[in-house]
Design a protein around this ligand. Structure first.
Ligand SMILES: [Zn+2]
Length: 290
């Protein structure tokens, strides 16, 4: 039983401010990292208790090196650092049995959720999958779909769990806080959050074999609204991305080129869509200026 954990930070109990999530936040960041570490370790413990033998933790927040490697509990191994081609899903392949999203947050376009964004808040204002607005859980689910691994556990606030249910309706959700605004929330005591995450992780591992390993949609391409028309123009330079409106692009990952495994007319491959989406987020950083 192999478990893949993608951990973000904004959805952790006790976190409400960017200072807790960024290295220049000083003592606040140190506390944020500790809270994140304890939630990740709770997920690992629960997974192991239910039979997981391998756990890989992919740090998916900011510069993606927020955990003290020596404090992550065994048997988990740790993927950290920037510019990973697989970004928030680096390391997932078809040898895994369950995906956990820990510390996840709401989308930029949805209901108020602590520190909400969808990849880059300077650039992306909404993402739709099969016509439904999704957050990072919905985008990252494309890779899980490509690997045929179910999303079994999601932790975060109330909004995050509701958004994740759009792509993984049968996941085990552990709500650790209720968002009041984008910068305020009512939190569980961290020790209670950890206990619930540990129980939820165990249940998720037990349930994983019965969960669907494919998204219930025919078209895996994404529609992405960007903040400005300039960003949409630059975004369309990416292979597999086309502009369909002044500020909107369609990310299909399909280029029509032979040998890409993603010819036009096929059900788009989730990995190809995700790769094109990641390239879109990288390239549009150069077309900012807000
Ligand atoms: Zn984050």
């Amino acid at each position: 039983m192999k478990v893949f954990i993608s951990c973000d930070m904004e959805g952790v109990a006790g976190v409400v401010d960017w200072a807790q999530c960024r290295p220049d936040g000083g003592a606040a960041y140190e506390r944020g990292c500790r809270l994140l570490l304890d939630e990740v370790n709770a997920a690992i413990r629960g997974a192991v208790r239910a039979g997981a033998t391998d756990v890989v933790v992919n740090d998916s927040h900011g510069a993606m090196a927020n955990l003290d490697p020596s404090a992550i509990v065994a048997p988990a191994t740790y993927i950290s650092g920037r510019h990973k081609p697989g970004y928030m899903m680096q390391g997932l392949d078809d040898s895994f049995d369950a995906v956990f999203f820990v510390g996840y947050h709401g989308s930029i376009s949805g209901a108020p959720s602590v520190l909400s964004h969808t990849y880059n808040p300077e650039v992306i204002s909404a993402v739709r999958l099969a016509g439904t607005e999704v957050g990072e859980s919905g985008v990252n689910a494309l890779v899980a779909d490509a690997c045929r691994v179910p999303i079994a556990l999601v932790t975060g606030d109330d909004v995050t769990l509701a958004e994740a249910a759009r792509v993984a309706p049968d996941h085990v959700g552990v709500q650790v806080k209720t968002s009041i605004t984008r910068f305020s929330a009512h939190h569980l005591r961290p020790e209670d959050a950890h206990a619930r995450i540990e129980r939820g992780a165990a249940e998720a591992v037990e349930r994983a074999g019965r969960l669907p390993d494919r998204l219930d949609v025919d078209d895996l391409s994404l529609e992405v609204d960007l903040q400005t028309a300039d960003m949409a123009a630059v975004g369309a330079w990416v292979k597999g991305v086309e502009r369909i409106g002044p500020r909107t692009v369609r990310v299909s990952g399909q280029t029509g080129e032979p040998g890409t495994g993603s010819r036009r007319g096929d059900r788009p491959d989730g990995r190809a869509v995700y790769d094109a989406f990641v390239a879109l987020t990288y390239i549009t950083r150069q077309a900012g200026g807000r």
